[in-house]
Design a protein around this ligand. Structure first.
Ligand code: 5RP
Length: 245
């Protein structure tokens, strides 16, 4: 921790510690590193850019969103895409929540589609969170969803038939719903009753016009949990899952 980091609120300290530990233990020279989106990942990018200069590392980054692309460019890191590197050595990202069975809800920042593609394209998917996000119940957070604009009303009923209520997401600084980096609509699906995450992940994606949803039931290779003064690492969390999803 630097002196500046020491002045951060507890939750931010936890994110910084987890991001730095991930970098120290799991990112190596010559790696192609996929970079997620969000406030936790901003700390990771800062630490990565400092380490690359200090240790003269040859690391190529692949951003999961336009915001991350901007942040990587500002930090002077080498940037590429999945077109050049369809297989990543590692993909580092955070999540909105992690359940006790290691299911993630992602897409609070609206970048879920690219994030899922990158998590799948990586040899290792590393999830970095602060301890307020784990363990959390699936119903504690809505399911982010990306929809083709002209399907925005046709998806409502099929989503309702799966037990969910679709709501458009509104942000600040623009009139109208949040638009993804891919030019689609971002919304959220609210469930009131417990659901099977694997089934709902698949069934939401089967609705015509749904591009992707923020339920991630794929394998996580490491879960890095930051506390204000320490870091917990769970290796191969998916294999410890109590439930057959
Ligand atoms: C963006 C995401 C982020 O990983 C998630 O929203 C967590 O962000 P933060 O680190 O700011 O809490 O899924 O689409």
């Amino acid at each position: 921790m630097t002196t500046t980091d020491n002045n951060l609120p507890q939750k931010e300290k936890a994110k910084v510690l987890a991001a730095k530990k991930t970098l120290e233990d799991f990112v190596f020279d010559d790696f192609i590193v996929g970079i997620g989106t969000g406030s936790t990942i901003k700390y990771f990018i800062k630490a990565l850019s400092e380490l690359v200069v200090q240790d003269e590392l040859e690391i190529i980054t692949v951003p999961s969103s336009f915001e991350t692309h901007l942040e990587l460019a500002r930090s002077g890191l080498s940037i590429s895409t999945l077109v050049e590197f369809p297989e990543l050595d590692t993909y580092v990202d955070s999540a909105d929540i992690v359940t006790s069975d290691y299911v993630l809800l992602k897409g609070g920042g609206g970048a879920l589609t690219m994030e899922k593609i990158m998590a799948k394209a990586a040899k290792e998917f590393i999830v970095v969170i602060d301890n307020s996000k784990y363990p959390k119940d699936l119903l504690s957070h809505p399911v982010p969803i990306e929809i083709l604009p002209l399907a925005v009303n046709t998806v409502v009923e099929p989503i309702y038939n799966l037990g969910g209520e679709f709501k458009l997401r509104y942000g600040k600084g623009k009139i109208g719903p949040v638009i993804s980096d891919n030019g689609n609509i971002i919304g959220d699906v609210y469930f009131k009753q417990q659901y099977n995450p694997k089934e709902i992940e698949r069934n939401l994606n089967n609705i015509p016009g749904v591009i992707e949803n923020g339920i991630f039931t794929l394998d996580i290779h490491r879960l890095i949990i930051g506390h204000p003064d320490s870091v917990e690492i769970i290796d191969q969390p998916s294999s410890h899952s109590k439930k057959e999803l």
